[in-house]
Design a binder for this molecule. Structure first.
Ligand SMILES: *Cc1c(COP(=O)(O)O)cnc(C)c1O
Length: 385
């Protein structure tokens, strides 16, 4: 069995070997393994220093102060902490949250949990490209709106929100602005000051760091107070208790430093890979670009293949690891809610594939995927006729 070509970087990225090497030095007795909260000995101080160095690496990438970074277990926890933590802490100011139906489940399900708790949520429908327009947000703002939550880069489509314009509308309406930036690190500029972001969720494993670690950027400002969800030793200035996982944290820090140093060059190279894939399919009819390319990061490309069944296509593409937008459950195959939200007909949504590329994708990988895809399409379309 050959190892499949990996084109699912939006689901997770492999850890960069430079990151893995550093992480390995933060686990064993001969390395930096102590509890970073141990204040009474040298090994503890060294671990604390490693954590603080990583905190600065993450802060530097987004132009924040290190004191504005709260470590979490990932972007899911950061999204929960941002939404639940902020709304609960600001109940007295208002109970209204605005988000989009095309957000990641970590935001969608959290907002639904808040609705069940008695908060009000406005669910904005995105446009055909998957983005919420600033004008739409302006119309949805209410007197009691306290928080607007919109993602930087959509994980299924790759489209980029106009964060500067959206934050301006949120602030003009007296709300603060949360951004899920899990897919954006190393892909777009994330200067929180310039973009007017108050809370921002980050993940290690979408940017060549390890799984199981993330962070929430919490702007240092009296208006941006959040309530903790996890109580304990009062770590992270009381916002998130629990012993800090030193190896995970140094991994995320190093990955973010590499994103700053190499992200732009990665993306330029990846744009050529994406174009190579599109060129290689240009002689086929009936391939729809669900991704609005001009508005998207080059590393995510969502395509719909008219006249074929998505599951059969995926089966025929066993040598390529990628994902359909659809969530399978035993009873039925449901099309992706994001593709539904952009108005894609059910059959096309079910026949869509997300290609996502990364730092280690090569021309040869694209060519392998292309030949498998061309072969599968020819076969499946012949059957369909
Ligand atoms: C992957 C992802 C998450 C979840 O991140 P974890 O670190 O895996 O919890 C949240 N939001 C978006 C947009 C993502 O792509």
């Amino acid at each position: 069995m050959t190892t499949p070509v990996y084109l699912d970087y939006a689901a997770t990225t492999p850890v960069d070997p430079r990151v893995a090497e550093l992480m390995g030095r933060h686990l064993t007795l001969d390395g930096i393994f102590a509890n970073p909260a141990s204040r009474s000995h040298m090994p503890g101080w060294q671990a604390e220093q490693a954590v603080e160095n990583a905190r600065r690496q993450v802060a530097d990438l987004i132009h924040a102060d290190p004191r504005e970074i709260v470590w979490t277990s990932g972007a899911t926890e950061a999204d929960n902490l941002a939404l639940i933590g902020y709304l609960r802490a600001n109940r007295h100011r208002g109970r209204h949250l605005i988000t989009s139906v095309a957000e990641h489940k970590a935001v969608v399900d959290t907002a639904m949990a808040l609705e069940a708790e008695g908060f009000e949520v406005t669910w904005l429908p995105p446009g055909r490209d998957g983005r919420v327009a600033p004008e739409q947000l302006r119309e949805a703002m209410r007197e009691n709106t306290v928080l607007v939550s919109l993602m930087a880069v959509n994980n299924e489509l790759g489209v980029i929100h106009d964060l500067a314009a959206l934050s301006e509308v949120a602030h003009a309406g007296g709300a603060i602005f949360h951004v899920d930036a899990a897919q954006a690190v190393g892909r777009i500029n994330l200067d929180v000051k310039r973009l007017g972001i108050d809370l921002m969720s980050l993940s290690g494993h979408k940017a060549y760091g390890p799984k199981g670690v993330g962070a929430l950027y919490v702007k240092r400002h009296p208006d941006v107070r959040i309530e903790a969800l996890i109580h304990g030793g009062g770590h992270e200035r009381g916002m998130r208790s629990g012993t800090l996982p030193t190896h995970q944290i140094v991994g995320m820090g190093e990955a973010f430093a590499l994103a700053g140093a190499e992200g732009e060059a990665d993306q330029a190279r990846i744009a050529m890979l994406r174009d190579r894939l599109l060129d290689g399919l240009s002689d086929f009819n009936g391939i729809h670009r669900n991704t609005t390319i001009d508005a998207a990061v080059p590393n995510i490309l969502n395509l719909a293949f008219e006249g074929v069944d998505g599951e059969s296509l995926l089966m025929a593409l066993r040598d390529v690891a990628l994902s359909t937008g659809s969530a399978c459950n035993s009873a039925s195959v449901e099309p992706s809610y994001v593709l539904k939200a952009i108005g894609l007909p059910r059959e096309l949504a079910l026949a869509s594939l997300r290609f996502s590329f990364g730092r280690f994708t090569t021309d040869a990988d694209i060519d392998t995927a292309l030949s498998a895809l061309r072969h599968a399409l020819k076969g499946l379309r012949r059957q369909a006729i």
